[in-house]
Design a protein around this ligand. Structure first.
Ligand SMILES: Nc1ncnc2c1ncn2[C@@H]1O[C@H](COP(=O)(O)OP(=O)(O)OP(=O)(O)O)[C@@H](O)[C@H]1O
Ligand SMILES: [Mg+2]
Length: 366
């Protein structure tokens, strides 16, 4: 041990101090010591002398080792505190160790003093190192979280920018079908932007409340496609289930496609529908006899056992009888089928009353 140790010796008997110092020197410990006997000097020593080790007797005429230990734990908790005493019993020693003492040595067996000091200092250094690593790790973790937030923020902004570019460009399009292609791509970008927004707002940056996302996305889409609110009844029966990004993004896209389809095709003649060029077409829309019930889109999202179930259904005209939803040759359902496969899900369709799509999947293990 090359460094010069600063040692407080709490001891009233001069002879014992000399014995302790002799033992330390004999074992080659390089040190300066400060002998204290009363509380005031002990506190001053902790604050100004700043010891590396405290060696304390159990009882002194005007002070005692137990009180000294309590004070040391408050002022300098990291400094090893070793009892050097003649009359401590095993029970007392164990009690002191529980209260934070590092070790205890008997005055009649001082050969154990230096090994105890060395051991205590090694433990202190290890603890200091551990604390340093822990705080470095915490800083790294905070930086990582900041970075992740920043990335989600930027990705969201870029997706919104793409959506805005599509919107701007769509103004130059005369053909209604082409115009709709642009608007749908815009919706896809928006649905992903919303996921990234939810992620950087989330507490743990790892998962988002997908139930809450469903409500926001569904309301946004309804207001995009329907001019007068209330013309389409939106029912959401969703659980607040938290999903990670690898599940949330694909599922968000599926939801976007299914909702868009219901809004576009289920109620071809109802009040408040927007014409393809985005202008209101409410005046020319008439409720047909066959769709006299209130146009309703329902989204259900629940966890059943270890599986999640997403249902999007409408009470509209129904999915075309002559169309196989697994092979439509159109982008929307192609996306839905592919993404469902990607998340190891199953897709089922029920066209007995309107259209109902059910996606069942397990959360991906990462
Ligand atoms: N809820 C629904 N009600 C009635 N018909 C539907 C419904 N969903 C889909 N369809 C029919 O299925 C067809 C295929 O849908 P799909 O989403 O694959 O393509 P799309 O919506 O026409 O175009 P896009 O590729 O932009 O999504 C639609 O054109 C429509 O005829
Ligand atoms: Mg579609």
């Amino acid at each position: 041990m090359k460094e010069e140790l600063k040692i407080i010796i709490l001891e009233d008997v001069q002879y014992d101090v000399e014995l302790i110092e002799y033992e330390l020197r004999r074992e080659g410990i390089n040190f300066t010591s400060k002998q204290v006997e009363i509380e005031e000097n002990f506190i001053e020593g902790l604050n100004l002398f700043k010891p590396d080790v405290i060696l304390a007797d159990h009882s002194l005429p005007k002070f005692d080792g137990v009180s000294a230990l309590e004070i040391a734990k408050k002022i300098a908790p990291e400094v090893p505190f070793i009892f050097v005493s003649g009359k401590i019993g095993d029970e007392f020693a164990v009690d002191m160790l529980k209260k934070g003492a590092t070790d205890y040595v008997f005055k009649n067996n001082l050969t154990k003093l230096v090994p105890a000091v060395k051991r205590a200092l090694t433990e202190r250094d290890e603890l200091t190192e551990l604390k340093k690593s822990k705080s470095e790790l915490q800083i790294a973790l905070q930086e990582k979280e900041m970075l992740l937030k920043e990335i989600h923020h930027r990705v969201k902004n870029n997706l919104i920018m793409i959506s805005n570019l599509l919107e701007l460009q769509s103004h130059y399009i005369k053909d209604k079908t082409d115009f709709n292609f642009f608007r749908e791509s815009q919706n896809r970008a928006n649905s992903m932007a919303l996921i990234h927004e939810r992620f950087y707002q989330s507490a743990d940056l790892k998962s988002i409340d997908f139930g809450e996302y469903i409500c926001t996305l569904a309301t946004d889409l309804v207001s995009t496609y329907v001019t007068a609110s209330g013309q389409i009844n939106l029912i959401t029966d969703v659980e607040n289930i938290f999903l990670d990004i690898d599940t949330a993004i694909p599922l968000g896209l599926i939801l976007n496609e299914l909702l868009t389809n219901s809004l576009k095709y289920a109620f071809p003649v109802t009040y408040g529908c927007r014409s393809a060029d985005g202008t209101s077409a409410s005046q020319s829309c008439i409720i047909s006899e066959s769709v006299s019930k209130i146009p309703t889109i329902t989204v259900v999202f629940h966890k059943i056992g270890d599986k999640f179930e997403l249902i999007v259904k409408d009470n509209g005209i129904g999915f075309p009888k002559d169309l196989d939803y697994k092979k439509t040759g159109t982008l929307g359902l192609e996306l839905i089928n592919r993404i469902t496969k990607q998340i190891d899900g199953i897709i089922e369709m029920d066209a007995s009353e309107g259209s109902e799509f059910k996606i069942t999947f397990k959360e991906l293990e990462i």
